[in-house]
Design a protein around this ligand. Structure first.
Ligand code: B16
Ligand code: MG
Length: 212
């Protein structure tokens, strides 16, 4: 029996625009050019690595202490924006797929780079639904390193080769494959040549898994 590990941002709920607004506020305040194209590069990438990507456009260099302050500034705004998240923000088909997986006895987990995972799950009312949660607070290396998915598999007490990962980020597909897992790409991640399957809807995942 396979287990399914879901990425959070971009798969269960779309927080892209909230990340964008918070990073944009930080960038504007510091005179750093930042747009949606750069924001797209941050998908699935940790907060610290996201800042490094944004700072490539800066003419100034920043000390470690200043970088910590910039990340804190961004996260304070992001966390406030998360307060508006609600159950209806769950992406289409997610609740139906979860119900079908549960009915079929398939174990499900979250594998997210976000340190705000628990808050997001609580805001959308899914905090008790998953059999395991692995997030950015528990790992040393973020995607494309497989660590977060391996932590999820360990918590599910299953082998990596029995895990199917659902991801919207190219870095997440790379992480799943580096962890010896099956990788299903949705959205942007479809451009990854490493994906085992590419889907447009959650229900296609039920078909891939042969759920009744
Ligand atoms: P935080 P995922 C990722 O979540 C986001 O895609 C990425 O944009 C963000 O920088 C990262 O979490 C860290 O988030 O600042 O909340 O710790 O896609 O892995 O669920
Ligand atoms: Mg994602």
């Amino acid at each position: 029996m396979k287990s399914v590990i879901f990425d959070l941002d971009g798969v269960i709920v779309s927080t892209d625009d909230l990340h964008f607004q918070a990073w944009k506020s930080m960038a504007d305040r510091n005179g750093i050019p930042f747009d949606r194209q750069i924001n797209n590069l941050l998908r699935g990438v940790s907060r610290a690595e996201s800042l490094e990507i944004i700072l490539r456009k800066s003419e100034k260099s920043y000390s470690e202490q200043q970088k910590q302050e910039l990340m804190q500034y961004k996260n304070d705004i992001y966390v406030k924006l998360l307060d508006n998240l609600k159950h209806s923000d769950i992406l289409p088909g997610v609740v139906e797929l979860i119900n079908r997986l549960k009915k079929a006895g398939v174990k499900i987990a979250i594998g997210s780079s976000s340190k705000n995972t628990r808050k997001i799950l609580q805001k959308i009312g899914l905090e008790t639904v998953f059999d395991a949660i692995a997030d950015g607070t528990e790992i040393q290396h973020s995607k494309p390193d497989p660590e977060v998915f391996l932590v999820a598999a360990r918590k599910l007490e299953t082998k990596p080769e029995n895990c199917v990962v659902v991801e919207d980020a190219v870095a997440g597909i790379e992480a799943a494959k580096a962890g010896n897992m099956t990788a299903i790409a949705i959205g942007d991640a479809a451009s990854s040549s490493l994906a085992d399957y590419r889907v447009n809807t959650m229900m296609q995942i039920a078909e891939i898994l042969n759920l009744e």
